[in-house]
Design a protein. Structure first.
Length: 133
């Protein structure tokens, strides 16, 4: 499936790639069969010689600002709550969501309005991506 180009960024220094972040269309389908859109954020990657300089945080801030301005669906990622919590990500709503493969539940983090999301559901590609496959 293709990443969302408007929400996928790179940080460059001339021709040198310093870091990147990608976002992907995702959906949470509840027991009612309704697929609710989400945006999967990740990976966030920073070149080894650019680590600990705030580049990962800057990429996060930039992609979240773009997502907010575009009215993007709530964002989901798998990561460390200690880092991503400062950007508004938390695991409170995701504890009963089924995912393909094993996962540490504390690392399945959501940012955005979870009011319309079912407490239980299955995460998978957005319907438009399944139809194109």
């Amino acid at each position: 499936m293709a990443a969302l180009p408007a929400l996928s960024l790179v940080a460059m220094n001339g021709e040198e790639l310093l870091g990147s972040v990608q976002c992907w269309p995702l959906a949470l389908t509840g027991a009612d069969g309704v697929a609710r859109p989400l945006t999967l954020l990740g990976p966030v990657a920073v070149a080894a010689d650019s680590e600990c300089k705030g580049l990962g945080s800057a990429l996060m801030a930039a992609v979240l600002a773009l997502a907010d301005a575009a009215g993007a669906p709530p964002m989901l990622l798998i990561g460390d709550a200690g880092f991503y919590g400062r950007f508004g990500f938390a695991s409170a709503a995701t504890g009963q969501w089924a995912v393909p493969g094993p996962i540490d539940r504390a690392r399945l983090l959501l940012r955005g309005d979870a009011a319309g999301m079912p407490a239980q559901g299955w995460l998978g590609p957005a319907a438009s991506c399944r139809a194109a496959a």
